[in-house]
Design a binder for this molecule. Structure first.
Ligand SMILES: C[S@@+](CC[C@H](N)C(=O)[O-])C[C@H]1O[C@@H](n2cnc3c(N)ncnc32)[C@H](O)[C@@H]1O
Length: 393
């Protein structure tokens, strides 16, 4: 057993092992990574087709008893060529990610904000859980990753109630759509106040030219820039709105009553909980992993970014709403430390126990009520989860 462990650890790059050591993480949690199953979510209404799907992918779908709608399958089974996948009846999403979304207790009619949405597995699940109600607003700073998210939403026919914005999540400040319909008349007139019609992938020439100009200049999104709407579904509430109405400003106190019911902050992180992500760097070179992902200086700016994302996500939450903060890192610095600092700075934030977690195969985090999934304990990818509510004070 020890030999097996040593052999498995020796497959991990030196830079990664150093990173684990510096962060007090035990490399043995990754020894079972090669046998961690793949997980899929079956779209509601497709339960009767399980046998047909099993016959097609030539393997049994094992029901994940602790997470409704989830099934596991051996890691080497490919689903991408199956009809079930192509027709959007199943989609790949790790069970730990499913648990993070489940912690939000999404119910019909909720207006949900996903502040780091791309590439979109959790956003798809949120939309799936909402069904034909409520709304989902997905935000990500990366245009090309958010474009992939849009493709997923369309493929799985989950985009009707969604809108997607390329924007900086640390400053994003738009309220949910339902409120817009009832809100104050807009006083700000934009120069060219177009009314949104049905979404089409064919964008007007002028808009395409503007976007190409921004891409060419390599400009980084600044807080003052308007969020760029790159998709909206037919029931997202955008159609018929004027641009000025969509972008109207609200002050912090207004979010207490007009904010989102649920907010997910699945923050940018070092991804060290996901060995699959780390292994991708085998092709790009381990020094790239060291430079781009694990670098200690980056660590400081990363935790500052995580705190800012969490703080802004919380600002946009309505009083009594729920926010989940998650990362696929297992370091204390990116998780419990960020949460502790956030709680210190935000007296109206209260950590909440995740009731469903009683039956989840995960560990407690270093802070009470927080959770940690890891490959060894949970048979999933690594994930930290903390849940908050906003007190009306
Ligand atoms: C862990 S990934 C999110 C995964 C996603 N929730 C999912 O389930 O597919 C983190 C994301 O944060 C985005 N990100 C990084 N900085 C950001 C910022 N300032 N504002 C918004 N998104 C940001 C990255 O582009 C990346 O897509």
């Amino acid at each position: 057993m020890e030999e097996e462990e040593a052999a498995s650890n020796s497959a991990l790059p030196e830079a990664f092992l150093d990173f684990l050591k510096q962060n007090g993480l035990d490399p043995s949690i990754y020894t079972a990574s090669h046998s961690t199953p793949r997980y899929i979510r079956l779209k509601p209404g497709c339960e009767a087709q399980i046998e047909a799907i099993e016959a097609e992918i030539k393997c049994k779908l094992e029901k994940v008893e602790w997470l409704p709608g989830f099934y596991s399958l051996p890691p080497d089974i490919q689903i991408a060529n199956s009809n079930a996948y192509r027709e959007g009846k199943i989609y790949g999403i790790d069970a730990a990610s499913g648990a993070a979304v489940s912690a939000l207790n999404i119910s019909a009619g909720d207006h949900v904000l996903d502040l780091c949405a791309a590439p979109g597995a959790k956003l798809c699940l949120i939309s799936d859980l909402l069904g034909d109600s409520g709304s989902v607003t997905g935000v990500d700073v990366s245009r090309h990753r958010l474009t992939a998210c849009r493709t997923m939403l369309q493929k799985y026919a989950l985009g009707n109630h969604c809108r997607l914005f390329v924007a900086d999540g640390t400053t994003f400040s738009l309220i949910p759509m339902r409120i817009l319909a009832e809100s104050k008349p807009c006083e700000c007139e934009l120069e060219e106040d177009v009314t949104f019609k049905e979404w089409t992938s064919r964008r007007p020439w002028k808009e395409r030219k503007e976007a190409a100009k921004i891409r060419k200049s390599g400009a980084v999104l600044s807080g003052s820039q308007h969020p760029e709407l790159i998709y909206y579904g037919c029931h997202s509430g955008v159609i018929g709105l004027k641009k000025s109405e969509l972008h109207q400003a609200f002050c912090d106190i207004e979010f207490l009553s007009c904010g989102y019911d649920k907010v997910l902050v699945d923050a940018e992180c070092t991804h060290d909980g996901s060995i699959k992500h780390v292994q991708k760097f085998e092709h790009w070179g381990w020094d790239t992993l060291q430079r781009r992902v694990l670098n200690a200086d980056r660590g400081d700016s990363l935790t500052a970014l995580q705190l800012k994302l969490l703080t802004n996500g919380f600002r946009l939450l309505k009083a009594g709403g729920l926010l989940v903060y998650s990362t696929c890192s297992l370091t204390v610095a990116q998780n419990e430390d960020v949460v502790e600092q956030f709680l210190e700075e935000n007296p109206s934030a209260e950590l909440q126990a995740i009731d469903a977690a009683e039956n989840w195969p995960c560990k407690k985090g270093r802070l009470p009520k927080t959770l940690r999934f890891d490959p060894l304990t949970s048979n999933t990818s690594g994930l930290f989860v903390a849940k908050f509510t906003k007190l009306a004070i």
